[in-house]
Ligand binder design. Structure first.
Ligand SMILES: Nc1nc2c(c(=O)[nH]1)N[C@H]1C(S)=C(S)[C@@H](COP(=O)(O)O)O[C@H]1N2
Ligand SMILES: [Mo]
Length: 411
């Protein structure tokens, strides 16, 4: 996986990308919006459907939420096929639209600077061959995944459940890179920046920071490969940060600048944006004021049904399956109820591919009589945290969490 193959493919990257964007531009021109197919979405306050697009480089069919900067959602059926989300259908989210479409892999450099003994400028070769490589399966989930289910509705990208994905990431430890530069005593945080630019000159670059101990925990990774391939451009080629168990806002893409800070980061993206109420489940009542806000951080457990959609007519003895993840730790169990939570049964868990990744679960339904059922599905993680019975709410629409439910009709 972390072999020369990935590297050599990177070297031909410029040509590849040029071809991909030409193809994309051609596709966009030759296919009018009305000719593209639509996909239904289960969002309570709409939209009821969105376009499926195949016009983005290195991407297959994706749900188009916004073109510039791109917001592309993974069609949910993809999650039924396995625990690793294919690169060409992995969701995409950017804050600023000036994203390079052409990266010279010979000239690319990752700078490590700030409160360090020695400023570094690392080439891709230094990263791929100068440090031990590590591998880890981990879920990348947008803080606003499932925002479209919040009621009352909140403004923001109205995602359904497809602003998440799981991949096998290959890269180097951030700790090893920081050690190479030599972090000076008194360092408190590390700030990460990518190659893209804000669309207006005085707007703040997208940057995120982690506490120094977190940055040096040996798990936070600088990835150069995803599911055994180089990263797709829109998922952060050539390097991105992986922060296992934490929301994707910290997973800075096209990472080219690491700055060790001796003061807490006060920039807009860490201090103001991406903050949550410091309450259980980050939940408050709509309109509630005076709540202490903190930066969003660890993920919480979630589970989903992947082989039937709400409203489906099914056989009383149908197989039921889905995926779950523990958030910041592994999945301990997935339980389901066919009687609105009066009794719960355990689903069988699939292979454990690592505690930060998706875990498949499955069971065989045995519905006692024909008619309507509201199935409930609940994940409990290995820290003993379970999905709550009632949905959380906050004005940013972050960290959606509730026991999952789908309505089905048994034949
Ligand atoms: N450079 C850069 N990195 C970024 C962002 C960005 O706007 N710029 N957005 C973050 C957010 S909020 C999310 S949800 C994830 C999305 O990752 P993906 O597009 O690979 O799925 O990237 C994160 N990393
Ligand atoms: Mo996000």
């Amino acid at each position: 996986m972390a072999d020369d193959g990935v590297f050599h493919r990177m070297m031909t990257r410029r040509r590849l990308l040029a071809a991909a964007s030409a193809a994309a531009a051609g596709a966009a021109l030759s296919r009018p919006a009305w000719a593209q197919s639509m996909i239904d979405l289960p969002l309570p306050d709409g939209p009821g459907a969105r376009q499926i697009t195949t016009s983005f480089p290195q991407k297959g069919p994706m749900i188009l939420q916004r073109t510039r900067p791109p917001l592309l959602e993974t069609p949910f059926e993809v999650f039924d096929k396995g625990v690793f989300t294919p690169n060409n259908q992995f969701y995409v989210r950017w804050h600023w639209a000036l994203i390079p479409t052409d990266i010279d892999t010979d000239k690319f450099a990752l700078t490590v600077r700030g409160h360090v003994n020695q400023t570094l400028s690392l080439s891709l070769n230094d990263i791929l061959h100068g440090l031990p490589s590590v591998q880890l399966s981990a879920v990348n989930q947008c803080s606003g995944n499932s925002r479209g289910f919040f009621q009352p509705r909140v403004p923001g990208g109205e995602w359904a459940n497809g602003a998440m994905g799981n991949a096998l990431w290959t890269g180097v430890r951030l700790k090893d890179v920081l050690d190479k530069a030599g972090v000076k005593p008194g360092a408190v945080q590390v700030r990460f920046k990518g190659l893209e630019e804000p669309v207006v000159a005085d707007a703040p670059h997208f940057v995120k920071s982690l506490d120094i101990d977190h940055a040096r925990d040996g798990e936070v990774m600088i990835a150069f490969a995803m599911n055994g391939e180089q990263l797709p451009l829109l998922n952060g080629f050539p390097l991105r940060l992986i922060v296992p168990g934490w929301y994707a806002t910290y997973w800075v893409k096209m990472l080219n600048d690491i700055e060790v800070l001796n003061q807490p980061d006060t920039n807009y993206w860490t201090k103001v944006a991406y903050t949550i109420p410091d309450t259980p489940y980050a939940s408050i009542k709509p309109g509630e004021a005076g709540v202490k806000m903190i930066p969003i951080n660890r993920m919480v457990p979630r589970s989903f049904v992947t082989n039937m959609a709400s409203g489906s007519k099914v056989n009383a003895a149908a197989p039921l399956r889905g995926i779950a993840f523990g958030g910041d730790c592994g999945v301990a169990g997935v339980d389901y109820s066919i009687d609105r939570g009066q009794s719960w049964r355990q689903a069988q868990l699939g292979k454990d591919e690592g505690k930060y990744g998706f875990r498949q679960w499955q069971t065989q339904l045995a519905l006692p009589a024909p008619g309507k059922y509201s199935l409930l599905i609940r994940c409990t993680n290995s820290n003993g945290v379970a999905q709550p019975d009632t949905p959380n709410w906050n004005p940013a629409g972050f960290m959606r969490n509730v026991v999952e439910s789908i309505d089905i009709i048994a034949a």
